[in-house]
Design a protein around this ligand. Structure first.
Ligand SMILES: C[S@@+](CC[C@H](N)C(=O)[O-])C[C@H]1O[C@@H](n2cnc3c(N)ncnc32)[C@H](O)[C@@H]1O
Length: 316
């Protein structure tokens, strides 16, 4: 398969999973969906620059200031800091004191290249941190460049976590669950591996259908008490606008890359989709519309996102 087919598979599966009213039907197709998703993220892991995170980001001044107080010089990273801000916003809502992690096991499910968890290891001093991801290539890269005593990465599936019952104190999940064919199996696994009194913090993009389904699951007895449901769309859109502004990191990266004029043109037109452009109101340019019409690009990349949400739940 080529790059185009690999990316088409991801978009097809993510659209089906998030737009379907038939969630059980998506679970039945889990083999196809997971293959599409892992193939695409394997490819992205091979192509990504070091230090890259794979989420749409979050920005508000207070959040950024809190990080800078905790990690002086945090913006000296080779990133714009928005993706790290999303991680901080999620962890900050867990009601444990950030200075009280010395006895805690923090698990991130869907850790991508591992940079987000590596950032959190600078925010809190946890006893153990493990990142898990479906993509073998992403995990290889994370282990090669970031793992050290107390921080490691493992390949695995969110719907079948390789951990003991009640082993985890805090489970972090950042912009990953929209890829899971069964949100229900994932939440069952979250409840199983968390210890009573442990916390699940989760941020993700939500279509209307997926949000309705989550609300049904929240009414089920899964052993989780939902303590926070916040719409963070405005903060995520602020990050997307920052990234796509002429002086933002998206255009800066394009200027720095040594690619030909045609590739640059394509990246400029198509790239904003990958960083959440349509959620922030960016519309297709004429050339993107044409490429979609003639089938060079998929007719839809990400499904229409209704809101971007932050949830926290406590294991009962
Ligand atoms: C948009 S990326 C976010 C990565 C990371 N959390 C970040 O913010 O940089 C989604 C991640 O979820 C992972 N993923 C998708 N399905 C998964 C599954 N069933 N189990 C574990 N990880 C999965 C993908 O491989 C990918 O790394």
């Amino acid at each position: 398969m080529g790059v185009r087919e690999d990316m088409y598979g991801l978009f097809t599966s993510v659209n089906e999973i998030n737009l379907s009213d038939d969630q059980k039907g998506q679970s039945a197709k889990e083999g196809t969906h997971k293959k599409n998703i892992s193939t695409s993220y394997d490819l992205q892991a091979r192509m990504s620059k070091k230090g890259i995170l794979w989420n749409w980001g979050y920005h508000d001044e207070q959040n950024a200031e809190e990080i800078s107080t905790r990690i002086p010089g945090f913006l000296d990273y080779d990133t714009d800091g928005y993706s790290e801000e999303l991680y901080f916003a999620a962890l900050r809502e867990v009601p444990f004191d950030l200075d009280d992690y010395a006895d805690k096991f923090v698990l991130e499910v869907g850790c991508g290249l591992g940079e987000g968890l590596n950032f959190l290891s600078r925010v809190v001093d946890a006893k153990r941190m493990v990142g898990l991801d479906l993509s073998d290539e992403a995990i290889k890269r994370a282990n090669a460049s970031l793992s050290r005593a107390g921080l490691s990465y493992v390949q695995g599936d969110a719907e079948n976590l390789p951990f003991e019952d009640g082993e985890v104190d805090v489970l972090v999940n950042i912009e990953s669950a929209h890829n899971y064919p069964s949100l229900e199996k994932f939440l069952e696994e979250v409840a199983r591996v968390l210890r009573p009194g442990g916390y699940f913090t989760h941020v993700d993009l939500y279509t209307t259908q997926r949000h309705t389904f989550l609300k049904e699951l929240q009414d089920k007895d899964l052993g989780l008490e939902w303590v926070l449901d916040r719409d963070i769309s405005a903060q995520v859109q602020a990050a997307i606008h920052g990234r796509l502004s002429p002086e933002g990191s998206f255009h800066k990266a394009l200027r720095e890359q040594r690619v030909g004029a045609i590739q640059r043109h394509m990246a400029k037109r198509v790239g904003p989709e990958a960083v959440g452009g349509s959620f922030a109101g960016y519309t297709d340019s004429g050339s993107t519309k044409l490429l979609k019409r003639v089938g060079v690009l998929p007719s839809q990349f990400m499904p229409p996102v209704d809101s971007y949400r932050l949830y926290v739940a406590k294991k009962i």
